[in-house]
Structures are given as structure tokens and as C-alpha cells.
Design a protein around this ligand. Structure first.
Ligand code: HSE
Length: 299
């Protein structure tokens, strides 16, 4: 018996929404095939990407599957074949998408009838394997699609944000997959912040969410800022500030770090000079010794 499922890439955080907001996009996708195998209780991982860990405990899809099977009392052996389309370590929700696709495939394989929130719950455990913390934002976007807000983690609750604006996405992504990046990025975060910063960031967050709901570009631009997490991780993406400046100068709706970076997300529309953003960003990437790819996508 086998079942196949896919899950799309995502950009988590969206500026002020650390571990809360995320946007799924059609830039890349992972496809997972789950098969029952004879050896009871065993999980085998296979992948087309030789760099991802094959130990189920260290693989996001493997760990998520293990926890799901345990909780559902299923002792069948399962092979998880991960066809990775999403490069990892670039802030594109790669590990999360693998877990989501694995959970969706296993859900179908054993006819578990999981709700979307349960799918987020189990997929989230997979993030523990790759980043040391079970953050829900990427997996929630890959499960629900569009732009989501995680409103509770225990129990998992997710809301889809109504988006009343047409925009496109440009991902500016340095080449080269980065192992263990999210774990390192999470270790860079402050354990305490000033109340004034908290208030400022909360204002950004409310502006951003209201901007999407109202279809108000100015509110989105105002809200797509973060003075806590993006700042703390700046050494991971020294090119970001300059690229954001270029994007805004050339009429982009807004720009932020995609997840934990180093990919930069730009939201744009017909009033944006995209060619100029690409030409100038390429120069910035070069100056920082990076070769950057441009990926156009939509939610
Ligand atoms: N919210 C997570 C983080 C996303 O920023 O660590 C990781 O892709």
C-alpha cells in the first residue's frame, strides 16, 4: 500500500510575526510517498537529496511520522520517500514542507482522517528534528495555504488571514543549502526584550495583518518591519538591509527576511520596477560574495 502527498514552500515570520505568521507559495514543493513495509514498527527514509539525514529521529518527516504512528497506536513499518524540491537552509520552510507532505501521505495511507489542525500539530514535531524547536508557522502555511496566523500552539489553532490585495512574490535567495541554519538562527535570539520594542513590533504586526485584510499597501509597508528577530540574526543575512532599501526605492509593497533567512522576500505589484530591483540586488549579493537566484512566486 502507498500514498502520495505534496507540500509547498513557505516564508515564515513576515517581519514582526515571529513563530506566528507565515505565507505559503508556489516557488517550490516537496513530494512524499509513504509505503507500508514488512518490518513492523520501522521507519525508513529515502530521498533524492543526499544531504538530508536518513535517521528518522533527525529527519523532520521521519520524526513527525514516528510521533503520529505512536500516538495512533499503529505498529506498521513505513517507508517515507522524500522527493525534495525545496532547497533547505534558505528560509523557505523546507523541513516543514517535508513533514507536512509525510503526515499528509501517512494520513491517507492509514485513513486517519486528521483535521488540518492535527496535521499542523504532528508536522510541527518534525521541526524539532531540524531546528531543535517545534515551531508551527512554516508547517501551518504548508497545510492551509495562503497567509496564516498561528493563534495557539497548545492546542494548535490556526487562522487563515483573508488577503484582499493582488501582489506577487520575489524571492532573492543566495545559492548553497545550509545545514543546521535554523537551529543556529534560533540560538541567536534574545531571551528578553524591552517593553518599548515589544510595543513597536506589536504595532507593526497589527498594521501588517490589517493591511492584508483591508488590501492597504501602505499598512502592509508600514507593518512589514521587525526590530527584534531580524535584527538579532543580521549576521546570517548581511545583504538583507541593502536589498530591502533597493526594493522599497523601486516601488515594492514591502520586503522582509523569509523565515530565518538568508532568502529575502519582496512583495510587489505592477507599480514596482522589478528589473531594477533584480539588477541592483545582484550587485549587492556580489558585494557580499553571494550568488543569488531570483524566484518568482505567488501565494
Ligand atoms: N519562525 C521560525 C524562525 C521559522 O524564524 O526560527 C524558521 O523557518
Amino acid at each position: 500500500m502507498s500514498a502520495k502527498a505534496e507540500a509547498y514552500s513557505s516564508s515564515a515570520n513576515l517581519g514582526p510575526g515571529f513563530d506566528i505568521l507565515s505565507m505559503a507559495h508556489n516557488a517550490f514543493k516537496d513530494i512524499v510517498i509513504a509505503r507500508t513495509i514488512e518490518e513492523k514498527g520501522k521507519i525508513i527514509i529515502k530521498s533524492n537529496n543526499p544531504k538530508i539525514p536518513l535517521d528518522p529521529e533527525k529527519n523532520s518527516a521521519g520524526l513527525a511520522t514516528k510521533i503520529l504512528l505512536q500516538e495512533k497506536g499503529i505498529d506498521e513499518g513505513v517507508e517515507i520517500e522524500i522527493n525534495k524540491g525545496i532547497p533547505f537552509g534558505l528560509g523557505l520552510g523546507s523541513s516543514g514542507a517535508s513533514s507536512v507532505a509525510a503526515i499528509a501521505a501517512v494520513n491517507e495511507l492509514f485513513e486517519l482522517k486528521l483535521t488540518q489542525e492535527e496535521m499542523v500539530k504532528y508536522s510541527m514535531f518534525g521541526e524539532q528534528a531540524s531546528s531543535g524547536s517545534p515551531h508551527p508557522d512554516n508547517v501551518a502555511a504548508s497545510v492551509y495555504g495562503g497567509i496564516i496566523a498561528v493563534t495557539s500552539v497548545s492546542p494548535v489553532k490556526v487562522e487563515k488571514i483573508p488577503v484582499n490585495l493582488d501582489f506577487k512574490i520575489l524571492l532573492i535567495s543566495p545559492q548553497g543549502e545550509r545545514e543546521g541554519k535554523t537551529k543556529k538562527a534560533r540560538e541567536m535570539l534574545p531571551s528578553k526584550i524591552d517593553l518599548s520594542l515589544y510595543v513597536k513590533n506589536s504595532r507593526y504586526l497589527s498594521s501588517l495583518i490589517l493591511g492584508f485584510i483591508k488590501g492597504d499597501k501602505e499598512l502592509i509597508k508600514q507593518g512589514l518591519n521587525d526590530e527584534i528577530v531580524e535584527v538579532a540574526r543580521e549576521p546570517l543575512y548581511p545583504h538583507y538591509k541593502k536589498i530591502k532599501e533597493i526594493a522599497l526605492k523601486n516601488g515594492a509593497i514591502g520586503s522582509c527576511v523569509s523565515g530565518a533567512g538568508p532568502t529575502v522576500l519582496v512583495l510587489y505589484d505592477d507599480n514596482t520596477n522589478l528589473d531594477k530591483i533584480k539588477v541592483e540586488s545582484l550587485e549587492v549579493c556580489k558585494a557580499f560574495g553571494l550568488t543569488c537566484n531570483f524566484i518568482s512566486a505567488q501565494i
